[in-house]
Design a binder for this molecule. Sequence first.
Ligand code: FAQ
Length: 324
Amino acid sequence: MTPTQSQPVEDPERVAAFEARVAAGESIEPKDWMPERYRRQLVRMMSQHAHSEIVGMLPEGNWITRAPSLRRKMSLLAKVQDEAGHGLYIYCGTETLGVDRQELIEQLLNGTAKYSSIFNYPTLTWADIGAIGWLVDGAAIVNQTMLAKASYGPYARAMVRICKEENFHKRQGYEIMAILAAGTPAQHRMAQDALDRWWWPSLMMFGPHDSESSNSDELMRWGVKRKSNDELRQRFINLTVAQAKAIGLVIPDPQLAYDESTENWKIGPIDWDEFWRVVRGNGPCNRERLAARRAAHAEGEWVRLAAAAYAAKQARTVSAFEAA
Ligand code: FAQ
């Protein structure tokens, strides 16, 4: 590879000025100069994030027709629509970095793009919808509250808005779990079973341990990430252990123990083999998720064609008006 394709050679003075702006807490905006590597890192991370929101609609979408009441159905429908909005919002943010959304979507559909490992697990019972709202949105909030202070303005602003909606998602999920946990023995078992299956994959959402995280150093130096994978995971654990206790559910980790000296809940080992298996495409639902996305994309082709034809017609009308 040539230097421009792999590691572009940047003007050190410009890089120093850029890093000084980041260190001073200034927001980097689309028209500002930025190192090519910063731009590429943002495209990587933001596009993965957008794909995650879009694929993330599938596990919950699976339960819209089976929600146990009209109220639950309305909340779930609204939540899934919100996730679509988040995806589109973040794709727009990614486009400010000079990439074409079609190219990113193509990468998702042909299986070369990553998206969050968590969405490759099945939703087997209604309690899984509670567990996703509580744990998955809960983890996303911890991660995204930090990203709302990211150095790249369009991404940070997207996170502020998205976090507000994720808070609602988390509350509806926790409410589902609380009601099931306080219900009949069978309902309690269903809630516990959902926690048992979603706990460890939720912890994996934060990415590998810091010592294995290939991107963190660079992202932290450039103020994209403000906290490390392990720091955020620990924060999520500390918050969630108390929430599980409050509704009478048990965190499925025999090694879970409170460390008085650090005031942290310590956990047993995470199964990283499982994590990498899922990330590399061999999780329980990876193939099903991509097949569903491809089918949805193909079925939506007429909408894209109609929208493009309408835009072309509008452009012709404007140019005819200007010529007159
Ligand atoms: N899954 O060097 P690091 C949501 C990859 S949104 C798959 O530590 P980084 C809302 C990583 O890409 C959830 N791959 O990476 C919702 C890298 O590979 P690469 C998504 C993962 O970027 C709720 C390699 O491992 N949120 O839930 C994962 O510094 C309910 C080495 O890792 C975001 O995307 C993983 N879990 O840190 C929607 C937030 N973890 O690209 C619907 C933005 C790591 O070098 C329903 N992203 N990898 O080939 C981030 O904060 C970061 O990108 C991390 C990873 C923390 C995910």
